[in-house]
Design a protein around this ligand. Structure first.
Ligand code: NAI
Length: 425
């Protein structure tokens, strides 16, 4: 069984110090987490609960874990992607009372799942997931734990899709909040967070400019909209590919070129996939691409770019830069894949994930959903649940207060008017 991270690192003490510094910076920019921490410290809502987490273990996630621990929880955490863990942050987390971290960067599949087994061995009563691996593992391998699990929270689109598919098959046996789908998460994290951090990570990893480039964005959903908008804001020409007619039309009306990938392949300098689907960029597309293109994925799993097909076509592969693998074709073209096709904003060596302010919102929702489970868990059946709107509003109001933004409220007359159907011309 995997040991806690502190027992896996040779230089755990210096790593802990650096991780704590990163957490301190994040904490300074997370007013929602600060407000919830104060409340949780006073009320101890999670006393006696064990919270199992599988998330990207970096500074912002660490702040969420420490806030849950401050509320009385025993927390056991591991990564949800083999390349997104910051070992220093993982070590700093592991040193906090009530928290055990098993997350380590660069682990192979066996070590990845061993660490998840180690989290489950704590017998969580609440699960917090990003991508659904923990919920899936518990249902497959540890169904005996389900009886004592109050419920869980899911962070991302792909995880919510997975959970809904489980629920449709009658295979989801405890309640899960679709944290991803609530406005305070999706309209900010997926759009602005993914847009800003994917572009920043690609630019930092390659040291190349956006200006004058043609950027092909696959998928014009929440993440795709953010990536397209921010790339356009950096003076790139944006081409969108889609399979959903209304999303394709939306992209067209926004002023972007919309093309099938088979045509876009020859146009692009940079390709960024944001579909949550598989096989979006495949063999025939590689054949059409120009020398030097960058291929990056911002969707949850590493299946959007067909790396097996690319590997099969390559006469040579080599590390062109840290985080960039060049695949050389027999005609001399080099196609450059970032972060092994994994989440580019989290998995390149310089990646930092979403901006802190954005994750403050997403994790604020995670925290209030966990609180809702301990307070009212009995009210939720097994299945996928929307985040109650009053919880979403609560987090928005904390954020606005912290930003010093005042806003209007409805008068009684306005409320009556909005609720009535008798008013006409
Ligand atoms: P979404 O459902 O809003 O958008 C996905 C879009 O991709 C849809 O419009 C869909 O029609 C389109 N699509 C599906 N298959 C396609 C194909 N073959 N070609 C072109 N378009 C296709 O989902 P959202 O919220 O944008 O999430 C997308 C992915 O990003 C998910 O895997 C999600 O988990 C992940 N995600 C990643 C984040 C990050 O930090 N990188 C943050 C949040 C979500």
């Amino acid at each position: 069984m995997t040991a806690p991270i502190s027992e896996q690192l040779d230089d755990a003490a210096s790593q802990r110090e650096e991780g704590a510094r990163k957490m301190d910076w994040a904490r300074q920019h997370m007013p929602i987490m600060a407000a919830l921490r104060e409340e949780f410290e006073a009320d101890q809502p999670f006393a006696g609960e064990v919270i199992g987490m599988a998330m990207h273990v970096e500074a912002k996630t660490a702040v969420l874990a420490e806030v849950l621990a401050a509320g009385g929880a025993e927390v056991a955490i591991t990564g949800c992607n083999p390349l997104s863990t910051h070992d220093d942050v993982s070590a700093a987390l592991d040193a906090i009372d009530g928290i055990t971290s098993y997350a380590k960067r660069g682990v192979d599949d066996d070590a990845y799942y061993d660490a998840m087994d180690a989290v489950v061995a704590h017998e969580p009563t609440i699960t917090v997931d990003d991508g659904g691996d923990l919920v899936f593992l518990i249902h497959e391998e540890y169904p005996e734990l389900i009886e004592t699990i109050i419920g869980g929270c899911e962070e991302t689109t792909t995880g919510v899709h997975r959970l809904r598919a489980m629920a449709d098959d009658g295979a989801l046996d405890y309640p899960m909040f679709a944290v991803n789908d609530t406005p305070m998460k999706r309209l900010f994290d997926n759009v602005h967070g993914t847009g800003e951090s994917s572009l920043a990570s690609i630019a930092m990893t390659t040291n190349l400019s956006w200006a004058g480039k043609t950027v092909v964005v696959a998928g014009y959903g929440h993440c795709g909209k953010g990536v397209a908008k921010k790339a356009s804001g950096q003076n790139a020409d944006v081409v969108v590919t889609e399979v959903e007619p209304r999303r394709a039309l939306e992209a067209h009306m926004e002023g972007y070129d919309v093309l099938p990938m088979a045509e876009a392949a020859a146009e692009g300098d940079v390709f960024i996939t944001t579909t949550g689907n598989r096989d979006v960029v495949v063999g025939e597309h590689f054949d059409a691409m120009q020398d030097g293109v960058l291929l990056a994925n911002a969707g949850h799993f590493d299946v959007e770019i067909d790396l097996d097909a690319l590997e099969a076509k390559a006469v040579d592969t080599y590390e062109a830069r840290d985080g960039v693998t060049a695949y050389e074709m027999d005609d001399g073209r080099r196609l450059n894949v970032l972060a092994e096709g994994r989440l580019v904003n989290l998995a390149t060596p310089v990646a930092l994930g979403h901006p802190v302010e954005v994750m403050d919102q997403s994790f604020g929702i995670q925290a209030v959903c966990a609180r809702e489970l301990v307070e009212n868990g009995d009210e939720y059946d097994a299945g996928v649940h929307d985040v109650p709107d009053d919880l979403d509003r609560e987090v928005a109001e904390i954020k606005l207060a912290a930003e010093g933004v005042a806003f209007d409220s409805l008068s009684d007359a306005q409320r009556d008017y909005m609720d009535s159907w008798q008013h006409g011309t």
